[in-house]
Design a protein around this ligand. Structure first.
Ligand SMILES: O=C(CO)[C@H](O)[C@H](O)COP(=O)(O)O
Ligand SMILES: [Fe+2]
Length: 224
């Protein structure tokens, strides 16, 4: 299993002060910057694109950036995110006509590739592309908005994904996204997640370090 990583979703940050917000959350102990890209087509919301990712790199952010693409079609924008400095690029299989090709595009550009599964999307496609994924992201809310409630059925799906990863023998991150907080992170880790996206739970509090420290204390109870 990969080391635990906390990935604040900047969807809930103050966009008017984005560079400073990312600096602050990294200084508070975050490992990965989760970057939600929404197109008002695949999901009913519109957020930020490759120019903002590139701006964060130019501003001096060196931490891994995890671009979660909620964009359809996805292939056209993959190259732009590679150029913009994304470290991980994940997409939803429903948003690609050719999942294997999209994964290859990401890897050919030198980024790590991942697939994202909505709460009602089965994991079946993984069987055919396990050798090409570096990350599996399970949505524990329907995509499009921050601040939603964790869907408990995702815990069984995490166990299912963990078994697939372990059987593959590959180093694949198992990320969870949606409604993660200090109260439920331990149960989510025990079900097999190693990478935890949290937006509102972190950015809606005044002290980011206090929240991240509390999350790490919970995680230490699962794996010290
Ligand atoms: O992909 C997302 C929504 O589509 C966000 O990453 C997610 O919702 C994080 O926000 P929160 O932690 O507030 O649920
Ligand atoms: Fe996300």
């Amino acid at each position: 299993m990969q080391p635990f990583a906390i990935a604040p979703s900047i969807l809930s940050a103050d966009f008017a002060r984005l560079g400073e917000e990312v600096d602050n959350v990294l200084a508070a102990g975050a490992d990965i910057v989760h970057f939600d890209v929404m197109d008002n087509h695949y999901v009913p919301n519109l957020t930020i694109g490759p120019m903002v990712c590139s701006a964060l790199r130019k501003y001096g952010i060196t931490a891994p950036i995890d671009a979660h693409l909620m964009v359809k079609p996805v292939d056209r924008i993959i190259g732009d995110f590679i150029e913009a400095g994304a470290s991980y690029i994940t997409f939803h299989p429903e948003a690609s006509e050719h999942v294997d090709r999209s994964l290859q595009l990401i890897k050919a550009g030198g980024a790590k590739a991942g697939l994202v599964f909505n709460p009602a999307t089965p994991l079946d496609v993984l069987k055919y592309v396990m050798d090409k994924v570096d990350m599996i992201l399970l949505m524990s809310v329907n995509p499009g908005f921050g601040g939603q409630k964790f869907i408990p059925g995702t815990l069984d799906k995490l166990r299912e994904a963990r078994a697939l990863i372990d059987a593959s023998g590959r180093e694949i991150r198992l990320e969870i996204d949606g409604g993660v907080n200090v109260q439920n992170i331990r149960e989510i880790a025990a079900a097999g997640a190693d990478t935890f996206v949290a937006g509102s739970a972190i950015f809606n509090q005044p002290d980011y370090k206090a929240v991240i420290d509390a999350m790490r204390a919970e995680l230490a109870g699962v794996r010290g």
